[in-house]
Structure formats: C-alpha cells, structure tokens
Design a binder for this molecule. Structure first.
Ligand SMILES: C[S@@+](CC[C@H](N)C(=O)[O-])C[C@H]1O[C@@H](n2cnc3c(N)ncnc32)[C@H](O)[C@@H]1O
Length: 247
C-alpha cells in the first residue's frame, strides 16, 4: 500500500514507480479541502489565467454542442469554466479517481450541466468516438501511464475533436530556472505542507514536474498516440505549457 505521507514513497511515485497511482489518489484525497486555496496562493492566482488560456485553446465554438471531458478534474474549476463559456449548450463530464476532490468542488456546479464521475482516465467509462473535446489541467503528469492515457483519450474523441493539455514545465532560461527552482523546491513545499497538513504532497509536485516529459517529447508522444495537428506553446517564462492535438 502506498502511504502518501511517506517521503520515500512520494519520491518513487514522482519518478513513476509502481505505487504512483495509489500515492496520487491518496495524496489528493487528503489535500482536497485545501487544494483550491493552495492553488491560488502558491501560483499568485496566475493559475486562473493559465486555465482560461487552455480552455480557449479547446475552441469549443468548433463543436458548440455535445459532450466535453474535463479529465483529472479535481475540484471542478475547469468544468465550471467550460460550462459557463459555452452557455450550457454542451455537457461536461468531469472524471477524477480521487472522490474527495470532486466532492470538494461539487458546490460550484449547482444548476450547471456538469456530471462528476469517479473514474480512472486510463479506463474511461465512455463510448469510442463520442466526445467533442477533452481537456486535462495539471493532471496528465500525475497519471501513472501517460501513453495509455493519451491513447484512451484519443479513443473516446470524435474525429476532429481536440485534446488540450495544460501542464507545468521547466523554464528554458538557466537564470529564470534557478530562481524558479528555489521557489518550487524550497518555498512551495514548506507552505504546501503547513497549509494542507500533508507532509509530502507538495514535495511530490516539483519532483513530478522534473520527471515529466519536456514539451517536444510530450508533443511527440501525442503524435504516437494518434493525435494530428499537434502544437504547443509555453506560458509565463516556460513555467507551464499548453499542448493541443486533434483526433
Ligand atoms: C493537480 S490535480 C488537477 C485538478 C484540476 N484539473 C485543476 O486544474 O486544478 C490532479 C488530479 O488528477 C487526478 N488524477 C491523477 N491520476 C488520475 C487518473 N489516472 N484518473 C483520474 N484522475 C486522476 C488526481 O486525483 C487529482 O485530482
């Protein structure tokens, strides 16, 4: 059993070890009540801008009705923004395997066409070629098998449907990266552990980013999974990247 408070387990999980899935589920379940607060605090609220830009990249006006997937949906911020943006013409299915994360966000979706589903992105309970588009914000890095997740999303998208990935990356400039790593590896884990009460979740975060494929590599793996028209761009000095591809 992957105990999420254990430092060695957190390190192995961040490196993609066999316990990753259990670690991630347990850690997010535990930090769920403080997740939103920490997100906005630790990113100085820029996370809202990043999510907005990723949602714009989904270009929902290409397919203004139908079902959209918010994968690794967490506390449902992306789902709410999708539902609001599209003026209720679409339906959003929000999938996450940590039920407490979905529960922490459920008050945001009252009277909105958002259906939270406790499920695993690696095995979506969704028919092939049935969804108009999919987005995953700060989630794919946490999935134990990125390639299988990409293939699974490709399976459920309609032809022409887009997948948008918003994820942390590593700044290219050595100067900026040095300052950023100081914050990411020292300040963030300290504040994260004090506010969330979880001893390792915010240590796992920078390590999981360091172990995540660089932007070109993620784009290559999207193509291997079958996506076409794959593009990406970096935001905020390379701290995050948005990738997009089409089935
Ligand atoms: C950093 S949170 C991101 C939440 C939200 N998308 C956001 O933008 O704030 C990552 C989420 O991915 C979920 N997750 C990780 N692996 C998963 C999987 N295989 N299937 C479903 N959810 C998964 C975790 O439970 C967690 O809620």
């Amino acid at each position: 059993m992957a105990r999420s408070g254990d430092e060695a387990t957190a390190i192995r999980a961040a490196e993609g070890g066999a316990e990753k899935s259990a670690y991630v589920r347990e850690a997010f379940s535990s930090i769920a009540p403080r997740y939103d607060l920490l997100n906005h605090l630790l990113s100085f609220n820029i996370d809202r801008v990043w999510r907005r830009k990723a949602i714009a990249t989904l270009a929902m006006d290409r397919k203004p009705s139908g079902t959209y997937l918010d994968l690794c949906a967490g506390t449902l911020d992306v789902s709410v923004a999708l539902a609001d943006l599209n003026r209720f013409a679409c339906r959003v299915v929000a999938v996450d395997f940590a039920e407490p994360m979905l529960r922490a966000g459920v008050s945001k979706i009252l009277r909105k066409p958002v259906a939270p589903v406790a499920g695993d992105v690696l095995s979506l309970p969704i028919a092939s070629a049935s969804v108009a588009g999919a987005i995953v914000a700060f989630g794919i890095r946490n999935v134990s098998d990125v390639d299988s997740a990409l293939s699974e999303v490709h399976r459920v998208l309609e032809p022409g449907g887009r997948l948008v990935i918003l994820e942390f990356s590593t700044p290219r400039s050595p100067l900026i990266n040095t300052a950023y790593q100081l914050y990411f590896r020292r300040v963030l884990p300290l504040v994260g552990s004090v506010v969330s009460g979880h001893p390792t979740a915010y240590r796992y975060l920078p390590r999981s980013v360091a172990n995540f494929p660089v932007m070109e590599e993620l784009a290559r793996r999207m193509r291997v999974a079958g996506f076409s028209r794959v593009k990406w761009r970096s935001l905020t000095l390379g701290i995050v990247a948005i990738h997009v591809g089409e089935r």
